[in-house]
Design a protein around this ligand. Structure first.
Ligand code: PLP
Length: 403
C-alpha cells in the first residue's frame, strides 16, 4: 500500500470493500467500529446518531444490555443443535411468541425473506389441502410498491424494476393490485385465491401508510372469500409503529403474522411465521425446515425481545417520541419537504429533490439516515433514543435541508 495513499483508516477499509464486495448496496461513506444505544462510532473515532436502526432490526438500540446478557448466558450453554433435537429454549420461545401474537403455533426461520417464503408455502399448502383449490392453480395477491425480500419467488411479485431486473423467469401464481385499493383487491380475488400478502405500512416503499379502513377491508374480504390474510410485520411490527403490530391501529387480526428484523434483537437474524394450528398444522415432518431456524441462541435472544415487548414500554416510547417527531417534521420548510408519512417513531419524508445529498450532508453533521428510492428519507431511530438526542437529530435534519 503506497505511503499517503489513504488519508484515514476509514478510507483504507472502504477501498477494500469497494474492491472485494459485490456492489449490490450503495452505503454511505462510513466505517463503523462500535455502537452503543442510539450511537455508533467509526474507525476514526467520529460519533454518529443512528436514525435508521438497521431498517428497524435494532429497535431496542445497539447492544441493548438485556439482550446482550441473554445472548451471553446462552453462549455459555448451547448455541445450535438443529431441529433434529429439541432444546430447552425452543418450547418456551414458540409458546411465548404465539402468546404475544394471540395465536397458537410458530414456525421459526432466520431471515425475513425465509419467513415470507414460509408464509407463501403455508398459503399454498393450506389452499390445496384445506380450502380445496385444484392442484397447481393457487393464487396469492400482493400489492404494488411491496417489499417482502429478495428470493427469486419474492421478486417475482415485486414492482421495483431494480429488484426484478434480469432475474426471470419468475414464479407464477401471484397477482399484484394497487396498495390501499380495496376495490381492486375485491376484483382480483377468485375461487383459487389462497392468500393476500400485505405490509400494514410499506417500509421500503418509503413508509407508506394505507388509507384508513384499508386493512379492515382486507380482513373482511379475506374472511368473506376464505383467504388467508398474511401481514408482513417484519419492519412495521415489534413496536416500530407505536403498537406491537401495525395492524392493531385498525384492530385487525390477520390469519398469519410474518416477523423478523427486531425479533433478533439486533444480534442475529431471527424470523418466524405465527398462526393458528388450523393453518400451520398443514406442515408434516420433512415438508419444510431450516438448519438454523429456532436455534438455542436465536430463541434465547428472541425470548428476551418478547419479554421486553410485553412491558409495553417500547411501544409507548414509540408513540410518544413518534408524536413529537412528527409534530416537528410537520414544521420543516415546505419548499424542501413535499410530504411526511408514517406512524410512531417512523417517518418517510418525501423531498422536492434528490435525497442522497441530504443523507450525505446529514452524515457530515453526525446523523445517519438513508434515502430510499430517489427522493425519500426514512427516519427510524432505535426506540430507546432519548428525547434530547432525537431533537438534536431533527435539528441536524433541518440544517441538512437548508444547505
Ligand atoms: C426487511 C424486510 C423483509 C426481508 O427481510 P430480510 O431479513 O432482509 O430477508 C421482508 N419484508 C419486509 C416488510 C421487510 O422490511
Amino acid at each position: 500500500m503506497g505511503e499517503g495513499a489513504f488519508v484515514t483508516r476509514s478510507e483504507q477499509l472502504r477501498a477494500l470493500s469497494d474492491e472485494h464486495s459485490a456492489h449490490n448496496y450503495h452505503p454511505l461513506p462510513i466505517v463503523i467500529a462500535e455502537a452503543d444505544g442510539a450511537w455508533v462510532t467509526d474507525v476514526d473515532g467520529r460519533r454518529y446518531l443512528d436514525m435508521l436502526a438497521a431498517y428497524s432490526a435494532v429497535n431496542f438500540g445497539h447492544r441493548n444490555p438485556r439482550l446482550t446478557a441473554a445472548a451471553q448466558r446462552q453462549l455459555g450453554r448451547v448455541t445450535l443443535v438443529s431441529r433434529a433435537f429439541d432444546h430447552d429454549q425452543f418450547g418456551p420461545f414458540v409458546a411465548e411468541l404465539a402468546e404475544l401474537c394471540g395465536k397458537d403455533m410458530v414456525l421459526p426461520m432466520n431471515s425475513g425473506a425465509e419467513a415470507v417464503e414460509t408464509a407463501l408455502k403455508t398459503a399454498r399448502k393450506w389452499g390445496y389441502e384445506v380450502k380445496g383449490v385444484p392442484a397447481e392453480s393457487a393464487e396469492i395477491i400482493t400489492f404494488d410498491g411491496n417489499f417482502h425480500g429478495r428470493t427469486t419467488t419474492i421478486v417475482s411479485f415485486s414492482t421495483d424494476p431494480d429488484a426484478r431486473g434480469s432475474y426471470g423467469p419468475f414464479t407464477p401464481g401471484f397477482r399484484v393490485v394497487p396498495y390501499g385499493d380495496a376495490d381492486a383487491l375485491r376484483a382480483a380475488i377468485t375461487p383459487n385465491t389462497v392468500g393476500v400478502l400485505v405490509e400494514p405500512i410499506q417500509g421500503e416503499a418509503g413508509v407508506v401508510v394505507p388509507p384508513s379502513g384499508f386493512l379492515t377491508a382486507v380482513r373482511e374480504l379475506c374472511t368473506e372469500h376464505n383467504v388467508l390474510m398474511m401481514a408482513d410485520e417484519i419492519q412495521s411490527g415489534l413496536g416500530r409503529a407505536g403498537t406491537t403490530f401495525a395492524v392493531e391501529e385498525e384492530g385487525v387480526v390477520p390469519d398469519l403474522y410474518i416477523l423478523g428484523k427486531a425479533l433478533g434483537g439486533g444480534i442475529m437474524p431471527v424470523s418466524a411465521v405465527v398462526a393458528d394450528s388450523d393453518v400451520l398444522g398443514v406442515f408434516k415432518p420433512g415438508q419444510h425446515g431450516s438448519t438454523f431456524g429456532g436455534n438455542p441462541l436465536a430463541c434465547a435472544i428472541a425470548r428476551e425481545v418478547i419479554a421486553m415487548l410485553k412491558t409495553g414500554e417500547f411501544q409507548e416510547r414509540s408513540r410518544e417520541l413518534g408524536a413529537h417527531m412528527h409534530a416537528r417534521l410537520a414544521k420543516m420548510p415546505s419548499d424542501r419537504v413535499r410530504e411526511v408519512r408514517g406512524r410512531g417513531l417512523w417517518a418517510g419524508i418525501e423531498l422536492n429533490g434528490p435525497a442522497r445529498p441530504v443523507s450525505e450532508r446529514l452524515m457530515g453533521l453526525g446523523v445517519l439516515a438513508k434515502e430510499t428510492h430517489e427522493t425519500t428519507i426514512r427516519l427510524a431511530p432505535p426506540l430507546t433514543i432519548s428525547r434530547e438526542d432525537l431533537d438534536w437529530a431533527l435539528d441536524q435534519f433541518e440544517a441538512a435541508l437548508k444547505d
